[in-house]
Design a protein around this ligand. Structure first.
Ligand code: ATP
Length: 196
């Protein structure tokens, strides 16, 4: 479980989190808040990719210097090397994680025909699929997905839901946290909604 204590995060123009405390209790959590309240920023901090000014995050009661080792994230906020083809982007992750090309994920998301396309030239739905493929490839205990169904077609949403249904089967201490403005479908798949 992830627990956040006294978190402060300020950008030049906005104090997004001020002494923020939260415990994510459920195994599958859908984080809710209006646009611009800080959902993406929070996921980025939980993944160790953005730094708060102060505060503590505990992962199963442990503070970690490098949460990247146990957290996988998919978010539009993460800049991928968009001059590479989708295949090259996925291969980079495979190399870093010492994993084979995730053929099942690629097929499941109907992504094969887009592998040769430069990331920057992919449609937003296909960019989302590429992000999700690299996030699921890692199989980290903590999976953070920022608006995972946004821009996906119905077939791909169904595939995403089957992946989420099974994800924690071999991760007894794992947790999935997503943000979504379309919570209903995730609630049907066992997600508990919580406000930011
Ligand atoms: N790099 C940045 N520099 C300055 N301000 C930022 C930066 N990133 C985010 N913000 C600000 O932080 C606040 C929270 O943004 P964030 O994207 O986390 O919200 P959100 O809840 O995910 O929104 P949405 O539902 O629209 O995706 C916003 O006011 C945003 O403008």
């Amino acid at each position: 479980m992830i627990e956040i204590n006294n978190l402060n995060k300020r950008f030049a123009s906005a104090h997004v989190f001020e002494n923020y405390n939260k415990q994510f209790q459920g195994k599958r959590v859908c984080l809710q808040a209006a646009n611009g309240r800080g959902k993406t920023t929070l996921l980025m901090m939980l993944a160790g990719l953005e730094k708060p000014q102060s505060g503590q995050v505990l992962y199963n009661n442990q503070a970690l210097k490098s949460p990247q080792n146990i957290v996988s994230i998919a978010s539009d906020r993460i800049a991928l090397p968009d001059f590479l083809t989708a295949r090259q982007v996925i291969e980079l992750s495979c190399k870093a994680l010492k994993k084979d090309m995730p053929e099942q994920l690629i097929t499941g998301f109907n992504f094969t025909e887009h592998l040769k396309t430069r990331f920057s030239a992919l449609s937003s739905g296909n960019q989302k699929k590429c992000q999700l493929i690299t996030a699921f490839l890692k199989q980290a205990p903590f999976l953070l997905l920022d608006e995972p169904s946004a821009a996906l077609d119905q077939t791909s949403i169904k595939f995403l839901l089957t992946l989420l249904d099974d994800y924690l089967n071999d991760k007894p201490n794992g947790q999935i946290i997503i943000t979504s403005h379309e919570q209903e479908v995730f609630i049907q798949h066992g997600f508990e909604c919580t406000s930011l």
